[in-house]
Design a protein around this ligand. Structure first.
Ligand code: MG
Length: 243
């Protein structure tokens, strides 16, 4: 339980709160159902029977952006795409929920180690994910790690990943009835777009090479710390100022 007292204590120690990306950072696999849920929304909400998630390179994009970029390839304007976004993300969440028992969600190397250590230090652990909110939480539940997380911001809440930073900050502030400066948040993600997002939002970022990008590529993209897997708990905890 995160309280205003425990938050004040952590802020005083200059401790930073991690915001984890999901796919490629915490989990691998299970994305066929997610991909199918995009196709379901493209076909039933945007009436684009030939549109498919396979048409674009999606690494690091948030779900609303992915839908917009795909329907634009089929002549749908960005304005129209956005006007149907609520229905589209609801359709995706519904489809995912109906098919959530299919597919496997594998927790990546080191994830449980870092989450356990953060929990032991009573650090509030957040999600900052491009996934539609219900889909993100459902994946966490299927993977058995949902209970570690107390707050998050998700792909259906904005059209740009960077806008999720202020949303997640407000959510934790509201939950703890405290003011939490942005510099106390650190993104942990697996793609150059996670890094760009953190930079654009004025916060630091730890990059992990368990997704589609190598440590070299993540370093070049400007990550403040690069790790091979989340097993490197000492480096991560010290970056977050957790002794
Ligand atoms: Mg990712």
């Amino acid at each position: 339980m995160v309280t205003s007292i425990s938050i004040a204590n952590l802020l005083q120690k200059d401790i930073k709160f991690p915001l984890f990306d999901i796919d490629g950072t915490l989990l691998k696999g299970g994305n066929k159902t997610h991909a199918d849920s995009f196709n379901f929304a493209l076909h039933t909400v945007y009436y684009q029977p030939t549109a498919s998630i396979k048409e674009i390179q999606i690494h690091g994009m948030i779900d609303t952006q992915i839908l917009i970029e795909i329907v634009k390839l089929h002549g749908v304007s960005e304005k129209e795409a956005k006007s149907k976004m609520d229905d589209a993300t609801k359709a995706m969440a519904c489809y995912f929920d109906e098919h959530k028992e299919t597919g496997t969600f594998v927790v990546l190397n080191g994830v449980k180690d870092i989450l356990e250590k953060l929990k032991k230090n009573q650090i509030p652990i957040g999600l900052l994910s491009g996934n539609v909110e219900e889909i993100g939480w459902s994946k966490m539940e299927r993977a058995g790690i949902k209970d570690y997380f107390t707050f998050g911001a998700f792909g259906n809440l904005a059209f740009k990943r960077v806008d999720l930073i202020k949303i997640v900050q407000k959510r934790l502030e509201k939950m703890t009835n405290s003011e939490i400066p942005l510099k106390h948040f650190v993104i942990i993600g697996d793609t150059p777009l996670d890094i760009l997002c953190a930079k654009a939002g004025g916060i630091e970022v730890i990059a992990v090479a368990t997704g589609a990008y190598s440590t070299d590529e993540l370093q070049k993209a400007g990550a403040d710390l690069v790790v091979t897997t989340l097993y490197e708990t000492d480096k991560i905890l010290s970056f977050l100022n957790i002794k």
